[in-house]
Design a protein around this ligand. Structure first.
Ligand code: FES
Length: 362
């Protein structure tokens, strides 16, 4: 039966569309659509992005790789067909996901890539279509799409087709509002299963945390959990955090009103919202100073100290660190009162001031 399935032409396309229809029906039946705050621009961008990715960007990349391959590597055209199906499937998936992990992580740390990925994090509620919400150039630069094209050229079409189905099942499932892993955390018998599973694949809890608005909330880690299909890369490279609850707020700290055209076609189209990173001439300014800032703090409360030096609400984080390698530092204080926090960003005991700025004044 499995062989018959693989023999169907484009069976991966049917399955991926089936997965999307499945999650869309589940979200609709569960009443999410009725209670949704999504705007027309959200729908346009996400549907357009999904359609163009499958019908234009991927075929173009495949065409390009095949053309180059036929010129420079014709003798390798079907080199994978004699290898084991499972071996090619695993090799394809692991390399694909490792490439995507680093691309995704870089998109959070590089200013230009961040602007292409930013629309993905602008969404203030989760949903199956969020999976495809990025600027179109983001997909052209995505290394794992080029990797897929290469494996196809080498003759790995069937393992790739099955791999794509498995991957989309995990990715769409982890973006959906259907939190399929929730019951596992509530049931002591099921808990060990999810504890093992979340160490291997990306679950809704793991990925929703990445979409959470602020690290102030215990279940949110917008600067971590970059994995797409497997959570192993985050564990290997020190960016994993595991939770058993979901964020109460999704999206970016600073709210802007960008049209779908600006979000999808940036940098060809710029946002009219001057506060937006996607607007023409937008710049993040250095707001660190050679001084400390004294602020009233309360014992037991959580705060986020700005480490990047670009926040407009110093010494606290306002989300301006996106597109840099910096992350805010979460902290609490032992006493209520006025506390001197570092604003030169060079203190050796951040977030507190240790007078390092006095040395920098000379
Ligand atoms: S604004 Fe978040 S670390 Fe600076």
């Amino acid at each position: 039966m499995f062989k018959n399935l693989l023999a169907i032409e484009n069976f991966d396309v049917y399955f991926v569309i089936g997965i999307i229809i499945f999650f869309s029906l589940l979200e609709t039946v569960s009443g999410f659509l009725k209670n949704s705050n999504r705007k027309k621009d959200d729908w346009i961008q996400e549907i357009l992005s999904f359609v163009i990715l499958g019908n234009l960007i991927k075929p173009l990349i495949v065409f390009f790789v095949f053309s180059l391959g036929n010129i420079f590597l014709p003798e390798y055209r079907f080199v994978l067909t004699d290898l084991s199906f499972t071996g090619v499937l695993l090799g394809y998936l692991l390399v694909d996901d490792l490439l995507q992990y680093w691309y995704h992580r870089t998109a959070h740390e590089n200013p230009f890539l961040w602007k292409l990925h930013r629309p993905h994090h602008q969404a203030e509620e989760m949903g199956y279509l969020i999976s495809y919400r990025n600027a179109f150039i983001y997909y052209f630069l995505m290394p794992n799409i080029w990797w897929v094209a290469l494996i196809l050229f080498l003759g790995g079409a069937k393992p790739v087709a099955l791999g794509l189905i498995l991957k989309q099942l995990v990715i769409i499932g982890s973006h959906s509002r259907i939190k399929w892993d929730k019951p596992f955390y509530k049931n002591t018998l099921l808990l060990p299963i999810i504890k093992i599973l979340e160490r291997i694949i990306v679950t809704p809890t793991f990925h929703h945390s990445h979409h959470g608005t602020s690290k102030l909330e215990a279940s949110s880690d917008p600067n971590g959990n970059f994995g797409n299909m497997f959570s192993i890369w985050d564990q290997l490279f020190g960016t994993a955090t595991f939770h058993s609850t979901y964020p109460s707020a999704y999206g970016l700290q600073e709210k802007t009103t960008d049209s779908w055209k600006a979000s999808y076609f940036y940098p060809l189209v710029k946002s009219k919202d001057k506060k937006s990173e996607l607007s023409a001439g937008f710049k993040k300014h250095n707001t660190s100073t050679l001084s400390s800032i004294t602020v009233p703090l309360t014992k037991g409360e959580n705060y986020l100290w700005c480490a990047c030096g670009k926040s407009k609400t110093q010494p606290f984080c306002d989300g301006s660190h996106h597109g840099t390698k910096f992350k805010p530092q979460k902290f609490t204080v032992k006493r209520t009162g006025d506390i001197k926090l570092c604003n030169c960003k060079k203190s050796k005991r951040t977030p507190f001031c240790d007078d390092t700025h006095l040395n920098l004044l000379n």
